[in-house]
Ligand binder design. Structure first.
Ligand code: PEP
Ligand code: MG
Length: 558
């Protein structure tokens, strides 16, 4: 059995033989750049038509953008010049487009990054075409659906397959917003991205299971894992059928307790589609995307505009904006942050903001003024100590006073809450609850810090185990502490979207979940089929356990 851990790409559970999609040198004859560009153009146009037919205008746009790039002298002229100067054609195509792509990427922002990806894909496509390189894959007989596995899948790669046979996609490259993910979501195909080691470790045709909710990809499973996955497949099938029916409904448990299901967003565009389902506000707006430029910080106006877009789209529901959570694995070039030996234990989140007052004040000002006539809450990441809340409150007061004096309208009653994602804050939950307005538990970090296991390190994935009794006792403790103090507690880490934990969290007394938009229907459905009495009994049984493997089995069963 091989277990690879990736990032959840598109929701759903998929099973099937694995088809490895390889790009290999040799094969067909070499072509001139002009011939190669014409060949690529033909393919791209055909894919535009296919995508337009199968998915619609919005998705097909990717290919019209490629078409324009393939006809653009800005892109082709430097490649030809490099070939004329003696660089091998394929190398020239990759290198010259890479230069252009890097210039675009350095402009920062998600949009530019995606355009940079487009140019890089075109470069690779051209390189494949000029060198006579070929893609190779072996489809299973008949009409059997399969899992398509690759180092990277461009939209061109993905769309050449018959979508009805694509059970799932899994790639080594790609982040949660890559084109692979966007396409997979529109095709309704489960996907896992960022799963390192596929091409070396996975055998062609082996039986595979992927979980687009958790990012797991398992090949040649042992019997126990296979049975567990089969169960997930079946549950997901049932769930899919039911989800449509709860789209417009609020979440109540079977016995009538109202539970909030909010969404996590990372940029204003994530609100697209939110209007089509009932949800209870934005439980986590990660603001880091605003700081993705390599060279300059965002202006107050730029930030205000982004916050306002989300606040307006969510109105009349509440939006919780998390202040800048940079540091750890996320760096900002212009801050000249010193290299740290242990960045996850270093200057990140609220620590960094309190040391960079100007950046922090500007962000607070942008949040308060964006919500002048609307609803917003402010949430601090990586809190460990009371003074971080108090210092922030003092800064907030100063920002408010300045705005008042200037006569600038701002949100006067924005609550201040904290993420509980460090053991220190979790242990101190009872005390901290007296000093802030709400908690949101960031399980992604909390699990890594409790278990002392890097959340992104595949080697310690087994140690990074949310079923561990230490993690679960801590969660129960924080939820209870919030309830005792009468403040709102939510979970906004990935655990909130993991259906295995829904009943348990309800049993702990959780009243608010915040999950990625595609998960809202599934979580609501699960809540609507849970009885609180049963959930509490499960919580009691789980908390009595000492062994994470036993707990994991109990949760699978529940
Ligand atoms: C978390 O740590 O659970 C969380 C929600 O924050 P992030 O994933 O952005 O660190
Ligand atoms: Mg976190």
């Amino acid at each position: 059995m091989k277990e690879l851990k990736g990032i959840p790409g598109a929701p759903g559970i998929a099973q099937g033989p694995v088809v490895l999609y390889r790009k290999e040198a040799g094969g067909a004859a070499q072509r001139s750049l002009e011939e190669a560009a014409a060949l690529c153009l033909g393919r791209v146009r055909a894919l535009y038509d296919k995508t337009l037919r199968e998915l619609g205008e919005e998705q097909a746009k990717i290919f019209s953008a490629y078409e324009m790039l393939l006809e653009d002298p800005m892109l082709l002229t430097p490649v030809q010049a490099a070939i004329d100067a003696g660089t091998p054609a394929a190398q020239a195509a990759v290198e010259e487009t890479k230069k252009l792509s890097e210039i675009l990427a350095s402009k920062g922002g998600e949009y530019m990054r995606q355009r940079a990806d487009d140019i890089r894909y075109i470069g690779e496509m051209l390189a494949t075409a000029v060198s006579g390189e070929q893609t190779s894959y072996a489809l299973p007989q008949g009409t059997t659906p399969f899992l398509l596995a690759a180092h990277e899948l461009t939209p061109v790669d993905t769309m050449q397959f018959d979508a009805s046979r694509l059970a799932g996609l899994v790639t080594e490259m790609g982040g949660a917003t890559s084109h692979t993910v966007i396409l997979a979501k529109s095709l309704g195909i489960p996907a896992v991205v960022g799963a390192k080691g596929i091409m070396e470790q996975v055998e062609e045709g082996a039986e595979g299971y992927l979980d687009g909710y958790t990012g797991e990809f398992v090949v040649s499973p042992d019997e126990k894992t296979r049975v567990a996955f089969e169960k997930r497949v079946e549950e997901d099938r049932l769930l899919q059928a039911q989800i449509g029916t709860v789209k417009d409904e609020m979440a109540h448990t079977l016995d009538g307790s109202r539970i909030s299901v909010c969404i996590n967003v990372g940029k204003p565009q994530d609100m697209k589609g939110a209007g089509e389902v009932q949800y209870d506000g934005v439980g986590l707006f990660r603001s880091e995307f605003l700081y993705s430029s390599e060279t300059k910080k965002p202006t107050v106006e730029e930030q205000r505009e982004a916050y306002r877009q989300v606040i307006d789209a969510a109105a009349p529901n509440m939006v919780i904006i998390r202040t800048l959570d940079i540091g750890g694995d996320k760096q900002i070039a212009y801050l000249n942050m010193p290299q740290e030996e242990n960045p996850f234990l270093g200057n990140r989140g609220i620590r960094l903001c309190l040391q960079n007052r100007e950046i922090f004040e500007e962000q607070l000002e942008a949040i308060l003024t964006a919500a002048a006539d609307k609803r917003v809450k402010i949430m601090l990441p990586m809190v460990t100590s009371l003074h971080e809340i108090e210092d922030t409150r003092a800064i907030l007061e100063q920002v408010r006073a300045r705005l008042k004096q200037a006569g600038t309208p701002y949100c006067e009653d924005a609550q201040l809450g904290i993420m509980i994602e460090t053991p220190a804050s979790a242990i101190l939950a009872q005390q901290l609850a007296g000093h802030c307005d709400f908690f949101s538990i960031g399980t992604n970090d909390l699990v890594q810090y409790i278990m002392s296991a890097d959340r992104g390190n595949a080697q310690v994935q087994k140690v990074y185990n949310p079923c561990h009794p230490a993690v679960l006792r801590m969660l129960a403790h924080v939820i209870e502490a919030g309830a005792q103090a009468g403040i709102e507690v939510s979970v906004c880490g990935d655990l909130a979207a993991d259906l295995r934990f829904t009943k348990l969290l309800l049993g702990f007394g959780l009243k608010k979940f915040s999950v990625p938009l595609p998960m809202v229907g599934r979580i609501k459905y699960k809540i609507r089929n849970t009885d609180l009495k049963d959930a509490r009994a499960l919580a009691e049984r789980v908390l009595a356990q000492e062994d994470e493997a036993v707990i994991s089995d109990m949760l699978e069963e529940a």
